[in-house]
Structures are given as structure tokens and as C-alpha cells.
Design a protein around this ligand. Structure first.
Ligand SMILES: Cc1cc2nc3c(=O)[nH]c(=O)nc-3n(C[C@H](O)[C@H](O)[C@H](O)COP(=O)(O)OP(=O)(O)OC[C@H]3O[C@@H](n4cnc5c(N)ncnc54)[C@H](O)[C@@H]3O)c2cc1C
Length: 468
């Protein structure tokens, strides 16, 4: 609980404040740090999370620590970098001050430049009650919760004497066939055949149903054409059911109702695990900044930033990454990283104030399952094992820290060449079987404060991977 502001306020000042510890914030912070300039980085999490590999934590390939190193440790060699754990809740643009909550107190911090990179969270398109009955994949805790749920479902299916219950426990519905949905659906099916089938007598991959639901007419709509067709065909070959042109109209603790376009009635599917990866909206700090600066936002609450990534009429406030919308750039890590570097270069005077941000698109890629991925670099489209190796190589390069890279290679080797899931097999922390609806504590459920009911939920396209 935050104490009364007047009673506890502490006040100090710095040259630049960076808010967040994700891709955009880290890129800006590193550039400022290397130039020896002072800054304060405030984030509500202690880690720099590599979100593209969250699905591997959820499916036991990697441990959370491997993809979420401490932001303090990353910046520890720069004496002018001041890292603080806190949640930024207010900005006074005229006074050039922000307010953050930390250690149960409110603090005011003055700045010359403010760089916001607070990212996005799940969007349920007005059906916020879905957060309580679905699994999300946005934070480390989301990934661990899903991993516990997967283990629980397989363990209970292995021991129950009720065949109907076993069937439900081994049924998974993934909503949204963007990169995250495709990766999760492919991995869960692979888990069944390459890990659980080996270690559990009586459970075979054929017993496991994975249904991937998408509102658009193709899987991975961001690609379209040959790559989308390849994705669908590869998933189906591995046993994943791909349901296109379909809306989710209802979800509860034991399944979902799917309504195909043109059909009057929906069809109920039972499943003990429903995973939502269908859309995102900007985190709350975007709204705070919009109100403080007069900047407009889009339907997903993202700031409609100026071409130079400044916010509203302010030349001293910048925003980058998933909390922003500019020129239809995708919500992907390279956009956030390049944006962060652009802003830092502007603050350092290496770019003239007002220089527009130019995104260099080096290509995009998404993994489907073992030995299958899709890659697009300009007009060159790659599929299959070569694209898969490229995916591993690129993600290894962008993982932060030598040790993490080394451990990730060993884990990938064990999972993709062997039949192990290192983080189901050698749990790094005591694994407790999750309570059936522990999902209520997911990041999404915790964030949701309002409840607006609409009749139908379009399942929208999700991000694909791009190379920074
Ligand atoms: C499951 C998943 C898979 C993905 N796969 C890919 C992929 O394969 N390729 C790709 O390019 N992109 C992928 N993305 C998207 C990519 O991760 C994002 O585009 C990227 O993380 C955006 O960076 P960001 O800095 O804008 O925000 P984030 O990385 O989300 O960081 C936001 C930061 O802000 C902090 N924060 C939020 N609010 C506050 C506050 N009020 N005060 C203080 N701190 C705050 C958070 O703690 C966090 O540190 C994926 C995303 C997800 C969720």
C-alpha cells in the first residue's frame, strides 16, 4: 500500500529517466550508458524479459532465468546508470517531473528527458472476464503458470480412471494463430510425442488434442501466401487442428465456444486449458502520458507518437515500442530496440532534434515446431529446416548474457535432438502441481479492472518475429 504522497514524497532530479526494462528501454539505456551519461531507469520488474522465448519456458525447454536476466546486472558496469524498482504512475509535463511508487512510498523525480517504453498487455476485445479462465503468455509468471498447468494436466490424465476427464485434461485450445499461438500449439503437440509419451506409460501423442483457432482465413496472417500455407500444413502434419475463419464467442473453465463465419450457432469444445494469444493493448502508463501531453491514442490505447518518437507537443518526452503506434510498424522487439536507440541518439545529440525515426526491416521469422520455421527477408521466403536453424541462431544472438546463450544451446540440443524437456525434467525450483484455476492470478487477470461485454470476439492476427 502506498503511503500518503505529501508525507513520504522524496524528490531528486536526473538528466534522463527511462521507464521500463524491456527491449525499448534496454536499447535506450545501453546507448546512454555507453556514452557515460547519467540516467535513472525505473521498471516495475527486476528483469529484462526476452518475451519471444516465453513459450519455451511454458513448455519446459528453457528456464525462466535464461530468458529474464536482471536489468540491474546488465547495467552494473555503468556507474552513471541508476536502476530503481518501481511503478511510474504520473507525469507533470510542464514541471518535468514524474511520480513513481516504490517500497510502499511515492517519489517524485525531475528529468530533462523522459523515455517511456512500458510495452503492452493482453487485450480481450471487451471480454475481460476471459482473463480469469484462460492462460496468457506475457510475463515470466504467466509462462511458469502455464508450464505448471501443462504438467498437471498430463500427470492427472495419466492417473485418472475417468476416460472423459482424461480426454479433457489432454485437450488444449490456443486462441490466435499469430507467432505466439503457432509456436505454443506446435510445442504442446511436440511435448506430447517427444517428452510425455516417453516418460508416461499409457499416454500417447494421439491422445492429445491441440486446437488452434484463428479469426482470419489463414494461419500467421502477418505473412499470408506461401508462408501461411506452409505453417498450416506443417501444424496439421504434426497433428494440430487448425480452425480458421472462426470466432470465439464464449470461454469458461472447461472449454470454449467457437463460431465459424456464416454459421448461426457456435460449437462447444471442451478443454481443461484455453490459452489466449489473440491481441494486445498498451499498458496503463500510455494513458497517463496521453493525458499529460495531449497525445492521441488508437483503439488499443497506443500513443500516436510523432515521427521523431516524441509524444504530443513535448520535445522532451519520447515513447517507443509496443506502447506506441507509428506508420503501422508491428509490435515487435526490433521496432522497440531501434526506437530506443533512435531516441537515445537524439538525447545524446548524435541525431538532430526532430529527426524522424526510420525502421530498418531486416526480415521476420517464426518457428512452427522442430525443424520447421518460416522466414521472410525482403522478398526472399524460406521454410523448413534451414529457416528453423536461422531462427535458433538469431534468437541465440539476441539472448542477453554468455551463460544464458550457452545454457540455451544445451537445452535446445536436449529438447530438439534428444527427448528431454530440461525444465520439466530437472526442475530448477520445487514444482508444485498448480491448483486447477490458478490462472486467475495471471498477469492479464491482475491487470483487468473493467468489464465490458460484447457479443463476439474476433480472433485477430498476432505478431511475427523480426530480426533487429
Ligand atoms: C509471447 C510473446 C512472443 C513474442 N514473440 C516475438 C517474436 O518472436 N519476435 C518479436 O520481434 N517480437 C515478439 N514479441 C513482441 C516483443 O516481445 C515486443 O514487441 C517487445 O517486448 C516490445 O518491447 P517494449 O520495450 O515496447 O515493451 P516490453 O518488452 O513489454 O517492456 C515493457 C516494460 O515496461 C515495464 N513497465 C510497464 N509499465 C510500467 C510502469 N508503469 N512503470 C514502470 N515500468 C513499467 C515492464 O515491467 C517491462 O519491463 C513477442 C511478445 C510476446 C508476449
Amino acid at each position: 500500500m502506498v503511503k500518503d504522497q505529501a508525507e513520504t514524497q522524496t524528490q531528486d532530479r536526473t538528466e534522463t529517466v527511462v521507464v521500463g526494462s524491456g527491449f525499448g528501454a534496454l536499447a535506450a539505456a545501453k546507448k546512454l550508458a555507453k556514452a557515460g551519461r547519467p540516467f535513472v531507469l525505473i521498471s516495475e520488474t527486476t528483469e529484462h524479459l526476452f518475451q519471444p522465448l516465453l513459450y519455451q519456458v511454458a513448455t519446459g525447454v528453457l528456464s525462466a532465468g535464461e530468458i529474464a536476466p536482471s536489468i540491474r546486472a546488465i547495467l552494473q558496469d555503468y556507474p552513471k546508470a541508476d536502476v530503481r524498482l518501481g511503478r511510474v504512475v504520473g507525469v507533470d509535463a510542464e514541471a518535468k517531473e514524474l511520480v513513481y511508487e516504490a517500497a510502499g512510498e511515492r517519489h517524485t523525480l525531475g528529468y530533462d528527458n523522459l523515455v517511456a517504453a512500458t510495452g503492452a498487455r493482453q487485450s480481450y476485445f471487451g471480454r475481460d472476464e476471459f482473463a480469469k479462465v484462460t492462460y496468457a503468455l506475457k510475463t515470466v509468471n504467466d509462462a511458469k503458470r502455464l508450464r505448471d498447468q501443462i504438467v498437471r494436466c498430463f500427470e492427472e490424465a495419466h492417473t485418472t480412471t475417468d476416460p472423459e476427464r482424461a480426454k479433457n485434461l489432454l485437450s488444449f485450445i490456443v486462441i490466435g494463430a499469430g507467432a505466439t499461438g503457432v509456436e505454443l500449439a506446435g510445442q504442446i503437440k511436440e511435448l506430447a510425442g517427444r517428452y510425455f509419451e516417453q516418460s508416461m506409460r499409457g499416454v500417447t501423442a494421439a491422445d492429445v488434442t491441440v486446437t488452434l483457432v484463428e479469426g482470419a482465413g489463414v494461419a500467421m496472417p502477418a505473412y499470408g501466401g506461401k508462408l501461411s500455407e506452409y505453417t498450416k500444413a506443417s501444424l496439421e502434419k504434426s497433428g494440430v487442428e487448425v480452425v480458421l475463419n472462426t470466432l470465439v464467442t464464449d470461454i469458461d473453465a472447461h472449454g470454449a465456444t467457437l463460431k465459424a463465419h456464416g454459421e448461426a450457432e457456435g460449437v462447444r469444445r471442451t478443454a481443461e486449458t484455453v490459452i489466449w494469444s489473440a491481441g494486445v493493448q498498451a499498458n496503463d502508463f500510455a494513458r497517463v502520458l496521453a493525458e499529460a501531453t495531449g497525445c492521441e491514442t488508437d483503439r488499443a490505447g497506443r500513443l500516436l507518437v510523432n515521427p521523431d518518437l516524441t509524444v504530443g507537443g513535448r520535445a522532451d518526452i519520447f515513447a517507443v515500442g509496443d506502447m506506441t503506434s507509428l506508420n503501422n510498424l508491428p509490435g515487435q522487439s526490433p521496432v522497440a530496440m531501434q526506437g530506443g536507440r533512435h531516441v537515445a541518439a537524439t538525447i545524446l545529440g548524435k541525431k538532430k532534434r526532430g529527426t524522424p525515426f526510420k525502421f530498418r526491416d531486416k526480415g521476420s521469422m517464426a518457428i512452427i515446431n522442430r525443424f520447421r520455421a518460416v522466414t521472410k527477408v525482403k522478398n526472399i521466403e524460406l521454410t523448413g529446416a534451414f529457416a528453423w536453424v536461422l531462427w535458433l541462431a538469431v534468437h541465440m544472438v539476441y539472448l542477453v548474457g554468455f551463460r544464458n546463450r550457452y545454457v540455451a544451446i544445451m537445452s535446445w540440443f536436449g529438447s530438439f535432438v534428444g527427448h528431454r524437456r530440461p525444465h520439466f525434467h530437472y526442475a530448477q525450483e520445487p514444482q508444485q502441481i498448480a491448483e486447477p484455476r490458478a490462472v486467475e492470478e495471471s498477469s492479464a487477470a491482475a491487470e483487468i479492472k473493467t468489464e465490458v461485454i460484447t457479443s463476439e470476439v474476433p480472433v485477430e492476427k498476432k505478431e511475427t518475429v523480426t530480426v533487429s
